[in-house]
Design a binder for this molecule. Structure first.
Ligand code: 3BY
Ligand code: FES
Ligand code: FE
Length: 403
């Protein structure tokens, strides 16, 4: 099991523009460093504010060893707390989501207000000061319905990301959405392989027949290039004229990126025939063919926004060889299932695609587990997105491990 300095050494020794070494994907010590240096320090996508519309609505997630609860308080604010009771530590909220009047610990009934203040604790005597036993807060920010949390003592500045991402998402009116469907998939592979796989479409031809009815196999689309691609440029210009920011924006540190891509032929949605899956539109432009706005924010999320619906993806590491992938299909809150959309039609392409990607990730994790494995070269043409992710990972780890 690699310790901190051994992990740093593994990263220093990596071969540029090649997949990482076996230990960086499989080793339990490296995984621990991934958690400590990345997952416990960066902003992590938790869920959407419209999933907790009313006071007392909550959702939970697990970031490595940290159980976190996110709750809407009585002022309408979204707050996050460590989901651990200040008495003897029990988790307070045990389900994925729910609604409560107050946060009541299931163990000895300590009861907290929705702002985390301890309201009630039986038999604790006169000396006990409830003010010293409020729930421990977790940093929490909301941008266009995206709730981000950070369990670090001092969170990195959220504002540059908000400034960059918000103009892209705002026209899609995500605040007016609901979750039409949610899927949770456990992939037996390291979280980095899940993201690497997402950052290229080199594998699409051989694996994603459903997706390729609408997804354009333009190699610059998945990657980081694009400004020299005439198809992409024309799309950006048309969409920007309609009021939709589209031109690629990349974080100087490489952690996040937004870009709007055209879809295949006349497709406007990720359906089998490319036609819209939902009646009505999320954005209020007159432009029918807006393709898909893609945004990723390492380490936890990538997203697609279409004219008729949107998709959010969240990954959470469960272990060196296990990653939870949560996908949400977002539609306008007034859209009615069976009337405005058919759930099967809406979800078919990405349910199939996710499962195909799961298999690819699992097979690559198994193959990398072979003692015979040697890191292999990324394609300059088709895998510059993967290369960008791996560079971000190595740069970030190297910086934080040497602090
Ligand atoms: O799921 C995605 O966002 C990526 C983009 C390119 C290939 N893959 C489908
Ligand atoms: Fe929560 Fe005892 S552990 S009330
Ligand atoms: Fe894929």
């Amino acid at each position: 099991m690699a310790n901190k300095s051994e992990t740093l050494e593994l990263i220093r020794q990596r071969k540029p523009r090649h997949s990482l070494s076996r230990a960086l994907y499989h080793d339990a010590g490296v995984y621990q460093q991934d958690l400590e240096q990345i997952w416990y320090k960066e902003w992590i996508f938790a869920g959407h504010s419209f999933e907790i519309p009313k006071a007392g609505n909550y959702l939970t997630l697990q970031i490595g060893s940290y159980p976190v609860v996110i709750v809407r308080d009585n002022n309408g604010d979204v707050r996050a707390f460590h989901n651990s009771c200040r008495h003897r530590g029990s988790r307070l909220c045990t389900g994925d989501k729910g609604k409560v009047a107050k946060l009541v610990c299931p163990y000895h009934r300590w009861t907290y207000d929705l702002d985390g203040k301890l309201r009630f604790a039986a038999n604790m005597g006169d000396q006990f000061n409830p003010d010293e036993h409020g729930l421990l807060p977790v940093h929490c920010e909301v941008v266009n319905s995206y709730i981000y949390v950070c369990v670090a003592q001092d969170a990195p500045d959220f504002e540059p990301f908000r400034r960059d991402v918000s103009p892209f998402i705002a026209p899609h009116n995500l605040e007016d959405c609901k979750v039409a469907f949610e899927s949770n998939l456990i992939e037996k592979g390291n979280w980095k392989l899940v993201f690497e796989n997402n950052r290229e479409c080199y594998h699409c031809d051989g694996s994603h027949p459903e997706l390729l009815n609408s997804f354009l196999e333009n190699l610059s689309v998945a990657g980081v290039a694009g400004a020299d691609d005439p198809e992409l440029l024309a799309h950006w210009e048309r969409c920007e004229k309609a009021g939709l920011p589209s031109r690629l924006v990349m974080d100087p540190n490489g952690r996040y990126r937004m870009t709007r891509i055209p879809l295949f032929k006349n497709a406007v949605s990720y359906t089998m025939n490319g036609k819209p899956a939902v009646n009505g539109r999320l954005d209020n432009t007159d432009e029918q063919n807006i393709g898909a706005l893609l945004y990723f924010n390492y380490p936890s999320t990538w997203n697609h926004f279409l004219g008729d619906h949107a998709l959010s993806f969240r990954i959470l590491p469960l272990g060196p060889g296990e990653t939870l992938v949560t996908t949400k299909w977002l539609v306008h809150k007034d859209a009615q299932e069976g009337v405005d959309y058919d759930l099967d039609n809406l979800t078919k392409v990405w349910l199939a695609t996710n499962d195909q990607d799961r298999q690819l990730v699992e097979e690559s994790f198994l193959g990398i587990g072979s003692p015979s494995y040697i890191p292999g070269p990324y394609s300059d043409i088709a895998e510059n997105g993967v290369c960008q992710f791996v560079d971000w990972y190595c740069d970030t780890m190297q910086k934080k491990l040497s602090d």
